[in-house]
Design a protein around this ligand. Sequence first.
Ligand SMILES: [Zn+2]
Length: 91
Amino acid sequence: MDNIIDRINAVFAPPPTDDVSEDPVYEAKVLGKSIFLTEETWRSWTGRRWVNGAEYHGPVFLMGTKTLYTGARACDCKVCQADVAPRHRKN
Ligand SMILES: [Zn+2]
């Protein structure tokens, strides 16, 4: 990547518009504000995340790989915590 703009574009997606699109909207919240992510960033996001407005619970992968992430996760539901290594689980 050449410059900071390219790097930002690789992490953040443009905000969705009202136009009907078949592309999924990948969202996370930082300090209560929505941010929109590319699919690659979203699948590695360890905080709570949404796709097309619905909260998603499932595996997180190391950036750009198919390797399962087993570190700490923000969501404490059973599905999200199932992949977390025992030493990183919430009590
Ligand atoms: Zn969850």
